[in-house]
Design a protein around this ligand. Structure first.
Ligand SMILES: Cc1cc2nc3c(=O)[nH]c(=O)nc-3n(C[C@H](O)[C@H](O)[C@H](O)COP(=O)(O)OP(=O)(O)OC[C@H]3O[C@@H](n4cnc5c(N)ncnc54)[C@H](O)[C@@H]3O)c2cc1C
Length: 449
């Protein structure tokens, strides 16, 4: 869409918090895909999440609709598929995480790590054999790298072995934390070749004899993601299913490199969900006779949150543009991942703070009361789920009806405007609490720091 001056008009409407109009970087065709993802997440996925999060189960009913979105393996060349840019792929990861980080992880493991392994390390024949099926989600993929005793040190420490016997390989070992494995069909297993000592990749069907998956229970974060502890007991894999272009761990690292940007994008989505939720809460929650969002200290939190979301989003957008230009290097995605995840934790922590006691309440099902000793973990993991979930609980429509920020004299950032007294709904008496007396004035500054 363009203006009379021929300039692209910023996309507005879906994202009140797309403060710098990053979505307008996408061409209209890709913007339409992003908005379809948003609509699908809001209408079809969001209503299921409380129940499935609570039960730590995966909502299989979303798979057909997810497949129709056509977003699995978007940046890879797949026959009969339009594909899309890395920028769109990143914004989709953000959009999914904005509603639910677990669903974003499901997608990231399947589309990024599993399909990405085949796209980068598979032969043309292997790409043709697997990718179209996986793009349609007829086969759900996993990525089996880490082990019970080997996480960060996977590059040099893998203990799972691959032994060649004629036209077959025999795999033995264990893999831990493997996302989607308990519900999936195919796992990319990375194992050390006992012949040359190098790490190689294999496409393994999850129903192969000797392939045993136990679901990892009792997680208090990313509960909808189904993580598996895999035992490989002499699993036989045809040479035709060895990823033909994965000859050393450097090739495995290529896959991790490509998907690292997605992790940064997901962090932006978590932060965004937390911010949106906090903003809505600030408008709805009343203390001392007025919405808490009318207090400057609360506005300060909102401004900081939006600053984090916007800076992280900008960094990721540029990173994806570099990917699309083919000039993104490891260091670019590493910086984005490091920066965006820290900013996300900070943002989610502030959202928790703003929401008071309700910040740890999983409404409608059960309460999770968490002590200070786990607060750090919570901010890192669970709280992003909780805040995202609370954001979902308040629909845009209900928010518009009850308390739009503009009606309170805020712009969408939550900055207090000078005219807020006239535009705010009728209020009770002025707060008496001296602690808040200085924060309730309507002549507050209008500009973020
Ligand atoms: C929800 C979830 C989903 C996952 N999905 C998958 C998946 O689909 N496939 C897969 O293969 N794996 C998956 N993983 C595993 C994930 O990749 C590992 O958790 C990660 O690599 C870290 O390994 P670790 O947990 O064993 O931690 P460790 O490696 O034991 O590290 C523990 C701590 O030590 C720090 N540390 C380690 N080494 C250093 C160092 N040299 N310098 C400074 N600090 C260091 C780490 O940063 C961390 O804080 C998943 C994990 C989770 C939690």
């Amino acid at each position: 869409m363009t203006t009379d001056t021929g300039r692209r008009r910023p996309a507005v409407g879906v994202d009140a918090d797309d403060f710098y109009h990053f979505e307008s970087l996408l061409p209209d065709s890709e913007l339409a895909v992003l908005h379809r993802v948003h609509d699908y997440m809001t209408t079809e996925v969001q209503p299921l999440l409380l129940e499935y999060w609570s039960k730590a189960r995966f909502p299989f009913q979303i798979v057909p609709g997810f497949a129709q979105l056509g977003i699995a393996g978007l940046p890879y060349q797949i026959a009969d598929r339009p594909g899309g840019s890395f920028l769109l792929d990143g914004m989709i990861a953000m959009e999914l995480a904005r509603t639910d980080p677990s669903i974003a992880t499901f997608h990231g493991v399947h589309s990024g790590l599993a399909m990405g392994s085949i796209a980068l390390c598979g032969s043309p024949e292997q790409r043709e054999r697997y990718l179209p099926r996986m793009a349609r989600l007829e086969a759900i993929g996993s990525f089996g790298l880490t082990e019970p005793d080997v996480g960060s040190g996977a590059a040099g420490g893998l203990t799972t072995t691959a032994r060649r016997e004629g036209d077959e390989w025999v795999l033995d070992g264990r893999k831990k934390w493997i996302g989607n494995a308990p519900i999936g069909d195919l796992t990319m297993v990375w194992a050390r070749d006992v012949g040359d000592g190098q790490v190689k990749g294999f496409v393994v069907a999850n129903d192969s004899p000797g392939f045993i998956v136990e679901k990892q229970e009792h997680k208090f974060a990313l509960r909808i993601v189904q993580n598996g502890l895999i035992t490989l007991n002499g699993v036989r894999v045809a040479e035709a299913d060895r990823l033909q272009r994965a000859n050393t761990f450097a090739d495995t690292a290529e896959v991790l490199r490509m998907t690292r940007a997605g992790v940064a994008w997901m962090a932006v989505g978590c932060a965004r969900g937390a911010y949106e939720n906090a903003l809505r809460y600030a408008c709805e929650r009343e203390q001392f006779g007025r919405p808490i969002g009318s207090f400057q200290l609360v506005q300060d939190l909102l401004v900081r949150m939006l600053g984090n979301v916007t800076s992280a989003w900008g960094m990721c957008a540029r990173l994806s543009q570099l990917q699309d230009l083919g000039i993104a290097a490891d260091r670019h995605s590493s910086l984005a991942k490091a920066f965006c995840t820290v900013r996300m934790r900070e943002t989610v922590g502030w959202a928790r703070e703003l929401m008071g006691g309700n910040g740890i309440l999983l409404e409608g099902l059960h309460r999770l009361l968490l002590g200070d000793d786990v607060r750090r973990c919570v901010e890192r993991n669970l709280a992003s789920d909780l805040c995202g979930r609370r954001a979902r609980e308040r629909s845009h429509a209900s928010l518009e009806r009850r308390c739009h920020p503009r009606d309170l004299g805020f712009d969408t950032v939550g900055i207090h405007r000078p005219d807020c007294a006239s535009s705010a709904r009728p209020r009770g008496p002025e707060p008496r609490d001296p602690l808040h007396a200085t924060t309730t004035s309507c002549d507050a500054t209008t500009a973020p720091p």
